[in-house]
Write a protein that binds this ligand. Structure first.
Ligand code: SF4
Ligand code: SF4
Length: 300
């Protein structure tokens, strides 16, 4: 049976679709947005997450546990030589404080359903359900399809939060098991998209046009990233593009925030440090979408 690789399960989520939801985060994404607040979801493999603040002075437990001598330490904490690490996970198992953790858990569709089922009462009382996010959930299409199938057989409301970068056949495979797609649109400028996410936006735009013809419901989610897609011109072009797609009347604007900064440091990566947009700028962008008769919400 296909197993999936997930990096989190968030209970009682209220920003990932209607009602109270359980959000499952699948690991792996084809994009590399520099503002991503889930950088631990980008790699499709398990990886180590190191939080120096929790690391005990003088401790060498992980160094002793590593069979490949991949870990060393100096006065600032430990360093992991990725060329030697074989992800045996002995080090994280030996860590007494949780400073060293493995991100990524293999799970079967049945095991995941058991977790999801635990909160059925909350879904029933709030018209909620289950959301699959990431990373990009369609990167694990067979696993996603298997879990969606089980959710539908249990009459659960399903949401898929996607960056839109996947073969359209994958969307077709799951479409009749998805009640709502949360679809990310980043910019209409192909060059900017390529520069800031690593891929062109053509597939994303084409898929949205096709999905609009057959999906039950789609909400478009637009991250507002300073210096990337915050021009009024881009908002006009985006609104005009979406207006021509049937069935989309709801847009969520997601202003950039710095919440992911510590995660980059824990992954030994360098975050970009930029200031969030002003309230005034966010309001002006919101107005543009509203003039095209979309219902616009700030936030998820
Ligand atoms: S085992 Fe944990 S606390 Fe000890 S040195 Fe390694 S990361 Fe730090
Ligand atoms: S598409 Fe989403 S998950 Fe993937 S890198 Fe961009 S922000 Fe992160």
């Amino acid at each position: 049976m296909t197993k999936g690789l997930i990096f989190d399960i968030k209970k009682y989520a209220i920003h990932d679709g209607p009602g109270i939801r359980t959000t499952v985060f699948l690991k792996g994404c084809p994009l590399r947005c520099w503002w991503c607040h889930n950088p631990e979801g980008q790699s499709p493999q398990k990886e180590l997450f190191y939080n120096a603040e929790k690391c005990l002075a003088g401790c060498t437990d992980c160094i002793a546990a590593c069979p490949n001598q991949a870990i060393t330490r100096d006065s600032t904490g430990i360093s992991i030589d990725k060329s030697k690490c074989r992800m045996k996970e002995d080090c994280a198992g030996a860590c007494p404080t949780g400073a060293l953790k493995v991100i990524g858990q293999e799970i079967s569709a049945d095991e995941l359903m058991k977790e999801i089922e635990k909160d059925r009462i909350f879904y029933q009382n709030s018209s909620g359900g289950v959301t699959f996010s990431g990373g990009e959930p369609l990167m694990q299409i067979n696993f996603l399809d298997a879990v969606l199938e089980k959710c539908k057989s249990q009459y659960l409301h399903t949401v898929v939060d996607t960056c839109g970068y996947a073969p359209f056949e994958d969307f077709e495979k799951i479409m009749d098991k998805v009640d709502l797609f949360l679809y990310d649109l980043k910019t209409m400028d192909e060059e900017e998209h390529l520069k800031s996410t690593g891929v062109s936006n053509q597939l994303v735009l084409d898929n949205l046009k096709k999905l609009g013809k057959s999906a039950r419901e789609i909400h478009v989610r637009i991250p507002l990233i300073p210096g990337f897609n915050d021009s009024l011109e881009n908002a006009q072009k985006t609104a005009q593009f979406i207006r021509n797609i049937p069935g989309i009347n709801r847009i969520n604007l997601l202003p950039y925030h710095r919440a992911g900064t510590q995660k980059y440091l824990n992954l030994k990566r360098t975050p970009k440090d930029i200031s969030p947009l002003s309230e005034d700028k966010i309001k002006r962008l919101q107005k543009i979408y509203e003039t095209y008769d979309f219902s616009v919400k700030i936030g998820g």
